[in-house]
Unconditional design. Structure first.
Length: 232
């Protein structure tokens, strides 16, 4: 059995472009850190934005691997907690909750009955593929707390503890870096010109985020194998 999921392998592959941006910034820094300061900052900022996007994509993809595994391996629906069903139909259920007009409410309920009723049973496996895009909806800006909450959609409530036990002394610095990366990315996205990191700091960020993703892949994969199905 592979140690990591296909989602993590894809994440590592996509890191190549982040490494490329970092190498360009580092090269320019060695040539003339003062004259090329603006260019260096541009490449470092771009690397951080891409790194954050790739972490977000990895979390969604590893969730997709789990969702596909649930249907492909005919996992019994009795293994899934109630909130899992909510996230399958979240868009329709939220629409029902926020609708007061009788005609619109009836239309929402008919939509639910037509599209989602087959999912809502405790008997046997799911009869069709799960709606990945709908299940992942609402997850963005991958701070540690948002990632923890995302895995909780599956019923994985021990993520934080499992990660701490695996990372040991590196747990705090690793999870803090996740939040720091997201915060820096948000500042860049909102036009904060002071959100600048030198190439050395970007290199550390890349390495730590990769370590975090690998550890996440291990603990989520282990939890899925024990509670749902193998995803590696």
């Amino acid at each position: 059995m592979p140690r990591y999921t296909s989602a993590y392998s894809s994440f590592v592959s996509r890191l190549d472009e982040v490494h490329l941006l970092h190498r360009i910034a580092s090269t320019k820094e060695k040539v003339d850190p003062v004259k090329m300061r603006k260019e260096i900052n541009v490449f470092c900022r771009a690397a951080i934005v891409l790194l954050c996007a790739h972490l977000e994509a990895y979390i969604k993809e590893v969730g997709e691997v789990a969702l596909n595994g649930i249907t492909q391996r005919s996992v019994l629906r009795t293994k899934l907690i109630d909130r899992f069903y909510y996230h399958i139909s979240k868009d329709i259920l939220d629409g029902v909750r926020d609708t007061a007009d009788p005609d619109k409410l009836a239309a929402k309920l008919f939509e639910f009955l037509t599209n989602d009723l087959p999912y809502w049973s405790r008997t046997g496996p799911f009869p069709q593929a799960l709606p990945v895009d709908r299940f992942n909806k609402g997850f963005s800006n991958p701070s540690f707390e948002k990632i923890r909450a995302y895995f909780n959609r599956f019923g994985y409530s021990d993520y934080q503890g499992d990660l701490a036990r695996l990372l040991k002394a590196n747990y705090t610095v690793t999870t803090n870096m996740v939040n720091h990366m997201v915060d820096t990315r948000n500042k860049i996205a909102h036009g904060d010109i002071t959100a600048v990191k030198p190439p050395a700091d970007v290199k550390d960020m890349i390495m730590i985020i990769r370590t975090y993703s690998a550890a996440t892949d291990v603990v989520f994969g282990s939890w899925c194998k024990t509670n749902l199905c193998s995803i590696r």
